[in-house]
Design a protein around this ligand. Structure first.
Ligand code: ADP
Length: 396
């Protein structure tokens, strides 16, 4: 079965065509600057990347261009559109309505729309992508895979905030968590990789990318995660602050004469390791500056890693132990420097690092040594493949 995986943002759209039997990526790419001017990036597996400037005033036109590229005589990955058997859409927020992936029926689309309030930057864009695909491929089954779904197993004590309960009742203000597709994929995969029974395991997944979150997965179910009502809470990220004293907002608003939008802009776009360092949000730049002794970069790296280590400690406590810690996403997969700095805090858990294994490149691997009481692993995430698998499971 060929599954087209779509991750639609407000002005960009990423896609992959995946053969679900072999799990091979047949083609992938993205549309950028939708509604502005438009650029299509397309790559059939095994061939060079093609970049074309192409007008795409709407998402529908962007998807049309993707479909044309997929069936293009010269470099198309398939002969005709009838070879697309299903489409899997990433949907950011499913609120409390969706604890699992689901077929996108008109009722489901309405329910997703009702979650727009909770993710005003993401859900409307996801829906635009879904509607555009439905118009262009009316007979192809479509599935929604939610970033929040995996975390719906959290107990009330983990998802209720210390706020008046009426805000939960009236507005559903609670912890939801994000990156759920990745936390689910990586926790299952690491259990399989280590030969553990997923349903009898204590796993901490550290998804460290530009956006970063961490989760506690007990016996195959998420019991806590660091992102909250929105993806702003928790770890210090590329440009997001993560946890702060909420009173800082009032303090800064007064000092800097800012309204709530101004404050939110600072917390989302000007904070995190970029805000601390004044160097960059990218760990490649930060590590370079750290080595050169740039104080801002030293602070940013230390604050970032210390926060990750504190959450690992909290989640080991939440699960009364931990069997496995899995690092994933851009930083988690590619930065031995960050992994080492985090693991150095974890000696009290009986964790010892295999420095050589940590420094090596490569896919799934164990980076703790034989004496370590907890296995520490690097597991590349693959959200597109996870979406394709979920889609096939519902369409078959
Ligand atoms: P997102 O999906 O949230 O945009 P990614 O998971 O793609 O983020 O991670 C991107 C981040 O990964 C970059 O900003 C950078 O900090 C980090 N990164 C990527 N490659 C490396 C590397 N080789 N060394 C250190 N950090 C890296």
């Amino acid at each position: 079965m060929n599954v087209l995986v779509i991750n639609c943002g407000s002005s960009s759209l990423k896609y992959q065509l995946i053969d679900s039997e072999s799990e091979a990526v047949l083609a992938k790419g993205l549309c950028e600057r939708i509604g502005i001017d438009g650029r299509l990036v397309y790559q059939k597996t095994g061939l060079d990347k093609e970049v074309t400037d192409a007008a795409m005033p709407t998402h529908k036109q962007a998807i049309e261009l993707v479909l044309q590229a997929l069936v293009n005589d010269k470099t198309g990955a398939i002969g005709s559109l009838s070879e697309i058997d299903a489409v899997g859409h990433r949907v950011v927020h499913g609120g409390e309505k969706f604890a699992a992936s689901t077929l996108l029926t008109p009722e489901v689309l309405k329910a997703i729309e009702e979650c727009n309030d909770l993710a005003p930057l993401h859900n409307p864009a996801n829906l635009i992508g879904i509607h555009a695909c439905k118009e262009l491929m009316p007979n192809v089954p479509m599935v929604g895979v939610f970033d929040t779904a995996f975390h719906q197993t959290m107990p009330r004590k983990a998802y209720l905030y210390g706020l008046p309960y009426e805000y939960y009742e009236k507005y559903k203000v609670r912890r939801y968590g994000f990156h759920g597709t990745s936390h689910s994929f990586v926790s299952k995969h690491v259990a399989e990789f280590l030969g553990l029974d997923y349903n009898k395991s204590k796993i901490i997944v550290a998804h460290l990318g530009n956006g970063a979150s961490i989760s506690a997965v007990l016996n195959g179910e998420c019991v806590d995660t660091s992102m909250g009502l929105t993806p702003l809470e928790g770890l210090v990220m590329g440009t997001r602050s993560g946890d702060i004293d909420p009173a800082i907002m009032e303090f800064l608003a007064k000092k800097e004469n800012l309204d709530i939008e101004g404050i939110m802009g600072i917390l989302n776009k000007k904070s995190g390791v970029e805000g601390i360092s004044g160097v960059s949000s990218d760990f490649r730049d930060l590590e370079e500056a750290y080595e050169k002794g740039v104080q801002g970069a030293i602070d940013a790296c230390q604050v970032f890693c210390y926060r990750v280590a504190k959450y690992i400690g909290a989640y080991a406590a939440a699960m009364n132990g931990v069997d496995v810690i899995a690092f994933t996403a851009g930083i988690g997969e590619n930065s031995p420097f960050v992994r080492k700095m985090v693991v150095e805090y974890l000696g009290y858990l009986g964790i010892t690092l295999d420095e050589a294994a940590n420094a090596e490149r490569g896919d799934d691997k164990v980076i703790s040594d034989a004496a370590s009481k907890v296995k520490v692993c690097v597991i590349p995430t693959n959200e597109e493949l996870a979406i394709a698998r979920e889609t096939v499971a519902l369409v078959k």
